[in-house]
Design a protein around this ligand. Structure first.
Ligand SMILES: NC(=O)c1ccc[n+]([C@@H]2O[C@H](COP(=O)([O-])OP(=O)(O)OC[C@H]3O[C@@H](n4cnc5c(N)ncnc54)[C@H](O)[C@@H]3O)[C@@H](O)[C@H]2O)c1
Length: 357
């Protein structure tokens, strides 16, 4: 089973966080499938942004507001009358969570409560809810093998633990309020370290590298030997779409799911920087940043066997191809390409071809 255009055509979707990096990709993908998308976000998080460069707003309805505001979230749900809710809005940066822990917990935990509660109180017609958390939700034990969905939640820093807490909130709402077979079906999705064009967030590896490339400056790389399960943004997004389809079909899918890359795509920071830098014309100079930084987990892998076996989910963009597409996106920006068209062309690559289907 892959993403089914027939399922999404005309489908009413409420997507929170649609102005962010992943949200803008998903909003465009949903638009290209013919879905009727309403977004909810508190403005545009970066300048520049994929959302603005790719003119994502043109194909959807947008509500500007804060997920911490319960009444506003309820009103947005009432206005969108969604059949599917995909909740992505979050304070998504570990470093900022260390500076703004309260804001991070309020946005990521209470924001999740507000979305689920709006669906509990006024969710007539809502059939599938996907809550997007992170691979960082797990209690990280620096294992060499991948975490499975039933392993304990945890998180050392406020961002990671806010995602673990959002998972616990989601599970409690599912058990307490969403167990009726004809009511909303609630699942959570855990993925991490996505790469792709259009990410302008601070303190993320490829955005830092591409910023340095565009400015013709050297990039300072920290923690070069840390291992992360890198994957192209369209892979987990495809997972969220397939998961919503599966939830629609059966309540048995109302649970937590990992969407991580294959084992061999867990690579070091150094490897990724080298690979992507080499694709930029003239290369990108890198220096080691050995200053003091908040501790980060050295190992983090996900076991996605369940999503592969029970949802039929497969990553559709391989890591090398994903790195190439990412660099091509920023090169397109530098060369003045139409970023709406370029981004949609990359979305089209994620559609299953006969060979992949
Ligand atoms: N990008 C990654 O590598 C990655 C990895 C793991 C998990 N995630 C998760 O995926 C989701 C999307 O990530 P992203 O990279 O697109 O993040 P992002 O920071 O680019 O975008 C966040 C979105 O949430 C919105 N938002 C933030 N605070 C809000 C608030 N208080 N009220 C309303 N909207 C608010 C922003 O406006 C934006 O639309 C997040 O839940 C994030 O935690 C991302």
């Amino acid at each position: 089973m892959g993403v089914d255009p027939g399922f999404w055509r005309g489908r009413r979707v409420l997507l929170t966080g649609h102005t962010g990096f992943k949200g803008a990709w998903l909003a465009l993908w949903l638009q290209s499938l013919g879905a009727r998308v309403t977004g909810l976000a508190n403005g545009v998080p970066t300048q520049p942004s994929l959302y603005e460069l790719a003119r994502v707003a043109d194909g959807m309805d947008s509500v500007e507001g804060d997920v911490r505001d319960a009444a506003l979230v309820a009103a947005a749900l009432g206005r969108a009358r969604p059949e599917v809710v995909i909740h992505m809005a979050a304070q998504s940066l570990v470093r900022r969570s260390l500076e703004q822990p309260r804001e991070t917990y309020e946005t990521n935990v209470i924001g999740t409560v507000n979305v689920l509660d709006a669906a509990r109180v006024n969710g007539d017609g809502v059939r599938a809810i996907v809550v997007v958390t992170s691979d960082k939700c797990y209690e990280n034990r620096e294992w060499e093998w991948g975490y499975r969905e039933d392993e304990p939640m945890g998180g050392h820093d406020p961002y990671s633990s806010s995602k673990g807490a959002a998972e616990l909130v989601t599970a409690a709402y599912r058990r307490s309020f969403f167990s009726a077979p004809d009511g909303p079906r609630v699942a959570s999705a855990r993925a991490g370290n996505v790469i792709g064009g259009g990410d302008f967030s601070a303190d993320r590896l490829l955005p830092d590298l591409m910023r340095a490339a565009l400015a013709g400056e050297a990039m300072r790389v920290r923690n070069p030997s840390s291992i992360r399960p890198w994957q192209h943004v369209l892979n987990p997004l495809g997972g969220y779409l397939v998961l919503a389809q599966a939830l629609w079909g059966s309540p048995e899918h109302a649970r937590a799911w990992n969407f991580g890359p294959p084992e061999q795509d867990a690579r070091t920071v150094h490897w990724l920087v080298q690979r992507a830098g080499a694709l930029w014309p003239g290369g990108v100079r890198c220096t080691l940043d050995d200053g003091l930084h908040p501790p980060e987990a050295r190992q983090l892998k996900l076991d996605s066997s369940r999503a592969r076996a029970r949802l039929g989910w497969e990553p559709v963009v391989g890591l090398e191809e994903g790195i190439e597409q990412t660099v091509r996106w920023y090169l397109g920006l530098k060369e003045g390409a139409d970023m709406h068209t370029l981004t949609l062309d990359q979305v089209a690559c994620a559609r299953p071809t006969p060979a992949r289907a």
